[in-house]
Design a protein around this ligand. Structure first.
Ligand code: FAD
Length: 320
C-alpha cells in the first residue's frame, strides 16, 4: 500500500483543535495505517486526548512563541518528515495551514495539491479530487512525485466524527531557528465579532443576496434567522455593498457551509456562491426570477418577491 502513515496538521484555535483538523483526522482513519497529528499550539491534556479520540496515536507538538510560527513549523516538519518518513500529509484550507504546507512543499521539493474535496488511496495511487470553474467540473489528480504526498483540503469536505482512540503518545518538537523567515512577530489578534449561531456550524442558514434590495431589508433576514435559530449568510454582492461583514460571506472566496436547511433570499445562484452551499441537505430558494440558477440546486423553490414571501413566512412562524 502506498500510504502506511498519515499525518494531519492541527492548528490550535481557542484552546481546541481547528475544526478542519478533526475532519481530516476522521477521513485519515479510513485509510488504515498509522495516524499522527502535528500540533501547532500550546496544547493541553484535554486537547491531546481529543486528538487521540479522533484517531491520532502520536502527537508531534510544536509550541509557538510570540513570533509568526509558520516558517519555523514548516522547518520543524521538514526535519520530522526526514526522520519519520510519513506518506501522506493532510492540511486544511486555512491561512496557517496553507502557509505551512507551501513552505514545507518548497523544503521537501514535493508538490502540494490544494483545494481538495476528496482524497482516495488505491494501491500505489493517491488521487485527489478538486473542483474547478466554481464547482462545475471535478478534476482527479494522481501524485506522480512519490511520497510524501501533501494535500490541502477544503473545510466541510469530510464529516468530523470522534472514534474511541486512547490518549496519544506525545512527542515535543523544537521549533528551529529559520533566520529572517521566522522573524515576523505577532502584534495583535482580532477576534471576529460573534453573535448567535456560527455560520459554519448552524443547522439552518438564512442567506441574503442583492435581491433584498437595500441594507434596511436585512432586518427581516435577521428576524427570520432569529425565529429559526439560524445563522445569517450572505452573497459577496451584499458584502461588497457593506450590508453585512465579510465573515458572513458564503462561497468560493467566503465560507463553505453544509447546514440541514439553507434558505437563499434574493440570491441569484452564481457559481461562486453555489460552491459554498450546494451540499446543504435541503435548499430553499426565494427569487422573483424563475430562471435564476439558484433554482437549479434547490429542493424547494418559491418564485416570488422576498418582500412579500418573507413577511408571510415570519407571520406563519410567529403564529405557530
Ligand atoms: C473570483 C470571484 C469570487 C467570488 N466569490 C464569491 C463568493 O464567495 N460568494 C458569492 O456569493 N459570490 C462570489 N462572487 C460573486 C458572484 O459571481 C456573484 O456576483 C454574486 O454571488 C451575486 O450575488 P447576488 O446573488 O446577491 O446578486 P445578483 O446576482 O445580483 O442576484 C440577485 C438576485 O435577486 C433576485 N431578486 C431581485 N429582486 C428580488 C425580489 N424583490 N425578490 C426576490 N428575488 C429578487 C434577482 O432575480 C437575482 O436573481 C465571486 C466572483 C468572483 C469573480
Amino acid at each position: 500500500m502506498a500510504v502506511n502513515t498519515t499525518w494531519v496538521f492541527v492548528e490550535e484555535q481557542d484552546g481546541k483543535p481547528a475544526a478542519i483538523s478533526l475532519e481530516l483526522l476522521t477521513k485519515a482513519r479510513t485509510f488504515g495505517g498509522q495516524l499522527a497529528a502535528v500540533l501547532l499550539g500550546t496544547g493541553s491534556a484535554e486537547l491531546f486526548a481529543e486528538l487521540g479520540r479522533y484517531g491520532a496515536t502520536r502527537v508531534f507538538h510544536l509550541t509557538p512563541d510570540e513570533r509568526l510560527p509558520t516558517a519555523a513549523a514548516a522547518a520543524a516538519m521538514a526535519e520530522l518528515v526526514g526522520s519519520h518518513a510519513p506518506d501522506l500529509l493532510l492540511f486544511g484550507l486555512t491561512s496557517t495551514d496553507r502557509d505551512v504546507a507551501g513552505r514545507l512543499s518548497a523544503r521537501l521539493g514535493k508538490p502540494v495539491i490544494s483545494n481538495a474535496i476528496e482524497v482516495a488511496i488505491d494501491g500505489d495511487d493517491v488521487t485527489v479530487t478538486n473542483e474547478i470553474f466554481g464547482g462545475a467540473q471535478l478534476v482527479d489528480t494522481v501524485f506522480r512525485a512519490g511520497a510524501p504526498y501533501l494535500v490541502l483540503a477544503r473545510p466541510k469536505s469530510f464529516p468530523a466524527e470522534p472514534g474511541d482512540g486512547d490518549t496519544p503518545e506525545l512527542i515535543p518538537v523544537e521549533m528551529p531557528e529559520v533566520g529572517q523567515a521566522g522573524s515576523a512577530v505577532v502584534t495583535g489578534r482580532h477576534v471576529e465579532e460573534r453573535e448567535g449561531p456560527q455560520l459554519e456550524e448552524a443547522a439552518v442558514v438564512v442567506s441574503a443576496g442583492r435581491g433584498m434590495g437595500s441594507v434596511d431589508q436585512m432586518a427581516i433576514i435577521e428576524e427570520l434567522a432569529g425565529l429559526l435559530g439560524a445563522a445569517v449568510g450572505a452573497t459577496r454582492a451584499i458584502v461588497d455593498a457593506d450590508w453585512i461583514p465579510y465573515s458572513r460571506q458564503v462561497g468560493q472566496t467566503g465560507k463553505t457551509v453544509k447546514p440541514d436547511v439553507y434558505i437563499a433570499c434574493g440570491v441569484s445562484g452564481a457559481m461562486q456562491h453555489l460552491v459554498g452551499m450546494k451540499d446543504s441537505k435541503v435548499i430553499i430558494a426565494i427569487n422573483k426570477d424563475e430562471e435564476a440558477p439558484i433554482f437549479g440546486v434547490s429542493d424547494l423553490g418559491i418564485v416570488g418577491d422576498v418582500h412579500k414571501v418573507l413577511p408571510n413566512l415570519i407571520a406563519a412562524l410567529k403564529a405557530r
